[in-house]
Design a protein around this ligand. Sequence first.
Ligand code: IPE
Ligand code: IPE
Ligand code: MG
Length: 237
Amino acid sequence: MKNEKPIPQHVAIIMDGNGRWAKQRGKERSEGHIAGVESIRATLRAAQKHGVKYVTFYAFSTENWGRPTAEVDALMELMCYSVINETPELIKQGVRVRTIGDRSRFSEKVQQHLAKIEQETAEGQTLTMILALNYSSRDELRRSFRQLAEAVKQGEIQPEEINEQRISAMLDTAAYPDPDLVIRTSGEQRLSNFLLWQSAYAEFYFPEVHWPDFNEEEFERALEVYAGRDRRFGLVK
Ligand code: IPE
Ligand code: IPE
Ligand code: MG
Protein backbone atom coordinates (compact mmCIF):
# COMPACT_ATOMS: atom_id res chain seq x y z
CA MET A 1 0.00 0.00 0.00
CA LYS A 2 1.17 3.50 -0.78
CA ASN A 3 2.43 5.47 2.18
CA GLU A 4 0.05 8.44 2.50
CA LYS A 5 1.54 9.94 5.63
CA PRO A 6 1.37 13.73 5.49
CA ILE A 7 4.82 15.29 5.50
CA PRO A 8 5.22 18.91 6.61
CA GLN A 9 6.50 21.13 3.87
CA HIS A 10 8.14 23.49 6.36
CA VAL A 11 9.48 22.56 9.81
CA ALA A 12 10.66 25.40 12.08
CA ILE A 13 12.86 24.58 15.04
CA ILE A 14 13.59 26.43 18.26
CA MET A 15 16.90 24.83 19.15
CA ASP A 16 16.89 25.06 22.93
CA GLY A 17 18.78 23.49 25.82
CA ASN A 18 22.40 23.75 24.70
CA GLY A 19 23.44 25.43 27.95
CA ARG A 20 21.64 22.92 30.17
CA TRP A 21 23.05 20.03 28.14
CA ALA A 22 26.57 21.37 28.73
CA LYS A 23 25.98 22.09 32.41
CA GLN A 24 24.76 18.54 33.01
CA ARG A 25 28.12 17.36 31.68
CA GLY A 26 30.22 19.86 33.62
CA LYS A 27 31.10 21.73 30.42
CA GLU A 28 31.00 25.36 29.32
CA ARG A 29 27.75 26.56 27.73
CA SER A 30 29.63 27.18 24.48
CA GLU A 31 30.40 23.47 24.27
CA GLY A 32 26.67 22.87 24.17
CA HIS A 33 26.37 25.23 21.21
CA ILE A 34 29.24 23.42 19.45
CA ALA A 35 27.60 20.04 20.06
CA GLY A 36 24.35 21.44 18.66
CA VAL A 37 25.89 21.85 15.21
CA GLU A 38 25.81 18.08 14.72
CA SER A 39 22.08 18.12 15.49
CA ILE A 40 21.58 20.61 12.67
CA ARG A 41 23.41 18.27 10.28
CA ALA A 42 21.32 15.31 11.44
CA THR A 43 18.11 17.31 11.06
CA LEU A 44 19.01 18.31 7.51
CA ARG A 45 19.77 14.70 6.59
CA ALA A 46 16.48 13.46 8.00
CA ALA A 47 14.51 16.32 6.46
CA GLN A 48 15.95 15.58 3.04
CA LYS A 49 15.29 11.88 3.41
CA HIS A 50 11.61 12.54 4.08
CA GLY A 51 11.07 15.27 1.51
CA VAL A 52 10.70 18.25 3.86
CA LYS A 53 11.42 21.28 1.67
CA TYR A 54 12.06 24.05 4.23
CA VAL A 55 13.69 23.92 7.66
CA THR A 56 14.03 27.08 9.73
CA PHE A 57 16.47 27.08 12.64
CA TYR A 58 16.11 29.72 15.36
CA ALA A 59 19.80 30.34 15.95
CA PHE A 60 19.97 33.79 17.56
CA SER A 61 17.15 35.96 18.85
CA THR A 62 17.17 39.74 19.21
CA GLU A 63 16.95 39.06 22.96
CA ASN A 64 20.06 36.87 22.93
CA TRP A 65 22.26 40.01 22.68
CA GLY A 66 21.60 40.36 26.40
CA ARG A 67 23.68 37.27 27.19
CA PRO A 68 27.25 37.63 28.45
CA THR A 69 29.53 39.04 25.75
CA ALA A 70 31.74 35.95 25.75
CA GLU A 71 28.75 33.73 24.93
CA VAL A 72 27.48 36.10 22.22
CA ASP A 73 30.95 36.20 20.66
CA ALA A 74 31.30 32.43 20.82
CA LEU A 75 27.90 32.01 19.15
CA MET A 76 28.79 34.45 16.36
CA GLU A 77 32.06 32.69 15.72
CA LEU A 78 30.40 29.30 15.70
CA MET A 79 27.61 30.42 13.40
CA CYS A 80 30.00 31.93 10.92
CA TYR A 81 32.55 29.20 10.81
CA SER A 82 30.24 26.24 10.90
CA VAL A 83 28.26 27.56 7.95
CA ILE A 84 31.44 28.41 6.05
CA ASN A 85 32.98 24.98 6.71
CA GLU A 86 29.74 23.30 5.83
CA THR A 87 29.15 25.17 2.56
CA PRO A 88 30.77 22.63 0.18
CA GLU A 89 28.75 19.82 1.73
CA LEU A 90 25.56 21.89 1.62
CA ILE A 91 26.13 22.62 -2.06
CA LYS A 92 26.73 18.92 -2.72
CA GLN A 93 23.46 18.05 -0.98
CA GLY A 94 21.52 20.72 -2.88
CA VAL A 95 20.75 22.78 0.22
CA ARG A 96 19.98 26.44 -0.32
CA VAL A 97 20.86 28.63 2.68
CA ARG A 98 18.81 31.73 3.48
CA THR A 99 18.42 33.91 6.55
CA ILE A 100 15.63 35.83 8.27
CA GLY A 101 16.17 38.55 10.86
CA ASP A 102 17.95 41.86 10.86
CA ARG A 103 21.48 41.22 9.67
CA SER A 104 22.50 44.87 9.87
CA ARG A 105 23.49 44.51 13.54
CA PHE A 106 26.16 41.92 12.74
CA SER A 107 29.76 42.87 12.02
CA GLU A 108 30.69 43.67 8.44
CA LYS A 109 32.65 40.43 8.29
CA VAL A 110 29.74 38.27 9.43
CA GLN A 111 27.41 40.01 6.97
CA GLN A 112 29.83 39.36 4.12
CA HIS A 113 30.15 35.68 5.04
CA LEU A 114 26.39 35.30 5.12
CA ALA A 115 25.93 37.00 1.77
CA LYS A 116 28.59 34.78 0.23
CA ILE A 117 27.02 31.59 1.58
CA GLU A 118 23.59 32.59 0.28
CA GLN A 119 25.06 33.31 -3.11
CA GLU A 120 27.09 30.09 -3.28
CA THR A 121 24.15 27.89 -2.31
CA ALA A 122 21.54 29.79 -4.32
CA GLU A 123 21.05 26.95 -6.83
CA GLY A 124 20.20 24.37 -4.16
CA GLN A 125 17.01 22.53 -5.11
CA THR A 126 16.43 19.81 -2.53
CA LEU A 127 15.89 21.82 0.64
CA THR A 128 15.94 25.42 1.87
CA MET A 129 17.65 25.93 5.20
CA ILE A 130 16.55 29.19 6.77
CA LEU A 131 18.65 30.54 9.63
CA ALA A 132 16.88 32.95 11.96
CA LEU A 133 19.67 35.32 12.97
CA ASN A 134 19.11 38.38 15.13
CA TYR A 135 15.48 37.47 14.60
CA SER A 136 12.40 38.06 16.64
CA SER A 137 8.86 38.18 15.42
CA ARG A 138 8.01 41.50 17.01
CA ASP A 139 11.12 43.08 15.53
CA GLU A 140 10.22 41.67 12.11
CA LEU A 141 6.67 43.04 12.44
CA ARG A 142 7.95 46.42 13.61
CA ARG A 143 10.23 46.66 10.55
CA SER A 144 7.42 45.57 8.24
CA PHE A 145 4.87 47.99 9.70
CA ARG A 146 7.26 50.87 9.17
CA GLN A 147 7.78 49.82 5.57
CA LEU A 148 4.03 49.55 5.07
CA ALA A 149 3.41 52.96 6.64
CA GLU A 150 6.07 54.43 4.40
CA ALA A 151 4.43 52.90 1.31
CA VAL A 152 1.07 54.39 2.33
CA LYS A 153 2.68 57.76 2.99
CA GLN A 154 4.25 57.74 -0.47
CA GLY A 155 0.85 56.92 -1.96
CA GLU A 156 2.10 53.57 -3.30
CA ILE A 157 -0.75 51.72 -1.62
CA GLN A 158 -4.07 52.70 -0.05
CA PRO A 159 -4.86 51.69 3.56
CA GLU A 160 -7.81 49.61 2.36
CA GLU A 161 -5.45 47.59 0.16
CA ILE A 162 -3.64 46.23 3.21
CA ASN A 163 -4.65 42.61 3.52
CA GLU A 164 -3.09 39.44 4.97
CA GLN A 165 -1.25 38.65 1.73
CA ARG A 166 0.39 42.06 1.71
CA ILE A 167 1.44 41.75 5.33
CA SER A 168 2.91 38.29 4.72
CA ALA A 169 4.72 39.66 1.69
CA MET A 170 6.47 42.30 3.80
CA LEU A 171 7.89 39.84 6.31
CA ASP A 172 11.37 38.33 6.13
CA THR A 173 9.64 35.03 5.36
CA ALA A 174 7.80 36.38 2.29
CA ALA A 175 9.39 33.82 -0.03
CA TYR A 176 8.61 30.77 2.12
CA PRO A 177 5.44 28.92 3.07
CA ASP A 178 4.24 29.16 6.68
CA PRO A 179 5.65 26.47 8.98
CA ASP A 180 3.47 23.38 9.27
CA LEU A 181 5.30 22.12 12.32
CA VAL A 182 7.17 24.03 15.03
CA ILE A 183 9.49 22.00 17.25
CA ARG A 184 11.05 23.31 20.46
CA THR A 185 13.52 21.06 22.24
CA SER A 186 14.44 20.95 25.95
CA GLY A 187 10.88 20.67 27.24
CA GLU A 188 10.18 24.42 27.29
CA GLN A 189 6.77 25.22 25.87
CA ARG A 190 6.93 28.77 24.60
CA LEU A 191 7.59 30.59 21.33
CA SER A 192 10.12 33.13 22.64
CA ASN A 193 9.23 35.61 19.89
CA PHE A 194 9.53 33.14 17.01
CA LEU A 195 7.37 33.29 13.84
CA LEU A 196 4.26 34.60 15.64
CA TRP A 197 2.39 35.60 12.50
CA GLN A 198 3.60 32.65 10.43
CA SER A 199 2.77 29.90 12.91
CA ALA A 200 -0.91 30.87 13.23
CA TYR A 201 -1.92 27.37 12.08
CA ALA A 202 1.25 25.41 12.78
CA GLU A 203 1.28 22.23 14.82
CA PHE A 204 3.54 22.35 17.89
CA TYR A 205 5.76 19.64 19.29
CA PHE A 206 7.89 19.90 22.43
CA PRO A 207 10.31 16.99 22.86
CA GLU A 208 12.11 16.78 26.20
CA VAL A 209 15.61 16.31 24.74
CA HIS A 210 18.07 19.17 24.76
CA TRP A 211 19.11 20.33 21.31
CA PRO A 212 22.53 18.55 21.25
CA ASP A 213 20.67 15.24 21.79
CA PHE A 214 18.27 15.86 18.92
CA ASN A 215 19.05 13.57 15.98
CA GLU A 216 17.54 11.85 12.93
CA GLU A 217 15.49 9.54 15.08
CA GLU A 218 14.08 12.48 17.07
CA PHE A 219 13.20 14.25 13.82
CA GLU A 220 11.42 11.15 12.57
CA ARG A 221 9.50 10.96 15.84
CA ALA A 222 8.41 14.55 15.28
CA LEU A 223 7.20 13.61 11.78
CA GLU A 224 5.21 10.73 13.30
CA VAL A 225 3.57 13.07 15.80
CA TYR A 226 2.78 15.51 13.01
CA ALA A 227 1.25 12.77 10.87
CA GLY A 228 -1.11 11.92 13.73
CA ARG A 229 -2.44 15.47 14.09
CA ASP A 230 -5.79 16.53 12.71
CA ARG A 231 -5.37 19.94 11.10
CA ARG A 232 -8.77 21.53 10.75
CA PHE A 233 -7.97 25.18 10.05
CA GLY A 234 -11.17 26.24 11.77
CA LEU A 235 -13.35 24.06 9.56
CA VAL A 236 -15.59 21.09 10.19
CA LYS A 237 -14.45 17.78 8.76
C1 IPE B 1 19.77 27.42 22.67
O1 IPE B 1 20.31 26.94 23.85
C2 IPE B 1 20.77 28.18 21.85
C3 IPE B 1 20.51 29.62 21.74
C4 IPE B 1 19.55 30.28 22.31
C5 IPE B 1 21.42 30.38 20.92
P1 IPE B 1 20.43 27.86 25.14
O2 IPE B 1 21.73 28.56 25.10
O3 IPE B 1 19.24 28.72 25.27
O4 IPE B 1 20.46 26.76 26.30
P2 IPE B 1 19.64 26.79 27.65
O5 IPE B 1 18.22 27.03 27.31
O6 IPE B 1 20.22 27.89 28.47
O7 IPE B 1 19.86 25.45 28.25
C1 IPE C 1 15.04 31.00 22.04
O1 IPE C 1 15.73 30.38 23.08
C2 IPE C 1 16.01 31.57 21.06
C3 IPE C 1 16.78 30.61 20.28
C4 IPE C 1 16.66 29.32 20.29
C5 IPE C 1 17.73 31.20 19.38
P1 IPE C 1 16.07 31.14 24.44
O2 IPE C 1 16.73 30.16 25.31
O3 IPE C 1 16.81 32.38 24.13
O4 IPE C 1 14.63 31.54 24.98
P2 IPE C 1 14.08 31.73 26.47
O5 IPE C 1 14.99 32.72 27.12
O6 IPE C 1 14.13 30.40 27.12
O7 IPE C 1 12.69 32.21 26.27
MG1 MG D 1 17.43 28.50 26.14
